[in-house]
Design a protein around this ligand. Structure first.
Ligand code: GDP
Length: 371
């Protein structure tokens, strides 16, 4: 039997004298397949400044994220673009409560942010979560970002979460986060949570960019205040003893009493507000409404007294001072001669062969003469 006779399909080619076993359909190939030229580069869409500004103001999340990416970029072109956009967003920013949250890894910060953020969104707020990860500048790794964090919150359309910029000095990272605050506020987020890990300098940096600073602790039993740095207690508006649930609840309440007593004798971090200690369970949600009640009370008191506004103005000045310090530090060590001179000096300094102040004078002279 001939395939051609029984089948309405006509192959383009068949072997001569083929039988029923020939079941393959053969069609003519095409002469050439159009392929993209090798040197063709597929570019991502470049948004104009207008598109980005409008996108942020309308809270289009992809454009909000793109604007923050521009802020974080080290390219000079991107930075110029970011500056112009920020300038245009500035009049739309400021209308928020900025809250800093710090604590050692494992204290329960992300669980707390998940619980508090969810609670605030249920009350009609829009929450942005930014993080300052000091480890990225020290170890090039991340303390905050290595695990899946705030899973529910990250899916919520009323929440925007942005992890810490992944490289740069603490000062550089902080500057980018500050600018991201402006962008998030312009997009309508009225609660900004800035999270950091407690390693001293990063807490002071976050304090300088928030209205309210919360320290998250867990009760460890025994003398709670031991090992607790007085400096950190002096900059916080509230200490939250987390994980106050199950068997831990009693210990947490004891810790709360101890911290309350200690805070009472410290100079307050915010004029007109005595820093408080409270307990909560981020896991069960117990104590979260009470914590928010205290933060709201703080906000009302400081806004009424003018302390809120005064702090924000002072923070703007401090911000510029930070940037100057950063710039000078970089400019000092980017000088190659100084780099070499300092390397040679280090050994002498460690062996006590040169006075630190004399070493500094010599470096300063080199800096001034080689500028
Ligand atoms: P972070 O490193 O400070 O962000 O801490 P996490 O939020 O990741 O929490 C560290 C661990 O503590 C996780 O296993 C949490 O489930 C647990 N945890 C957090 N908050 C609570 C709490 O209120 N009670 C209890 N029992 N566990 C908690």
């Amino acid at each position: 039997m001939n395939n051609k006779e029984n089948n309405s399909y006509q192959p383009d080619w068949t072997p001569e004298e083929h039988g029923d076993e020939f079941a393959i359909r053969i069609v003519k190939g095409v002469d050439s397949i159009p392929i993209a030229p090798k040197n063709r580069v597929f570019r991502k869409k470049e948004y104009t400044n207008d598109e980005l500004v409008q996108g942020v103001l309308q809270n289009q999340r992809n454009l909000l994220a793109k604007t923050i990416t521009l802020i974080e970029s080290t390219s000079v072109v991107h930075q110029e673009k970011a500056k112009e956009i920020l300038n245009r967003l500035l009049p739309h920013s400021g209308n928020s409560l900025r809250i800093g949250i710090s604590g050692v890894p494992g204290a329960g910060k992300s669980t707390l942010i998940e619980a508090l953020g969810g609670y605030l969104i249920d009350m009609g707020h829009k929450v942005a979560v930014l993080t300052i990860d000091p480890s990225s500048s020290i170890s090039k790794g991340s303390i905050l970002g290595d695990k899946t964090r705030m899973e529910n919150l990250s899916k919520n359309p009323h929440c925007f979460i942005r992890p810490s910029p992944s490289s740069g000095t603490l000062g550089g990272v902080a500057r980018k986060t500050r600018e991201s605050v402006t962008v998030c506020e312009a997009a309508g987020y009225d609660i900004i949570l800035i999270e950091t890990v407690g390693v001293g300098q990063s807490e002071i940096t976050v304090r300088s960019m928030v209205d309210f600073f919360l320290l998250v602790l867990i009760s460890g039993g025994g003398d709670e205040l031991q090992g607790m740095k007085k400096g950190v207690m002096e900059i916080c508006d509230a200490i939250l003893i987390n994980k106050a649930d199950g068997e831990n609840k009693k210990k947490a309440l004891t810790a709360k009493a101890e911290y309350s007593a200690a805070l009472h004798y410290l100079y307050p971090a915010t004029e007109g507000w005595e820093s408080i200690a409270c307990t909560a369970s981020a896991l069960t949600g117990d104590g979260i409404p009470e914590l928010w009640g205290e933060i709201e009370k703080f906000s009302n008191i400081t806004r009424e007294s003018g302390v809120f506004e005064k702090r924000r103005r002072t923070q703007n000045v401090e911000w510029v001072e930070f940037m100057i310090k950063d710039f000078l530090y970089d400019s000092f060590f980017q000088n190659e001669v100084i780099g070499e001179q300092f390397t040679q000096m280090k050994e002498k300094l460690m062996n006590g062969q040169i006075l630190p102040s004399i070493a500094f004078d010599q470096l300063k002279e080199t800096y001034i003469s080689k500028r």
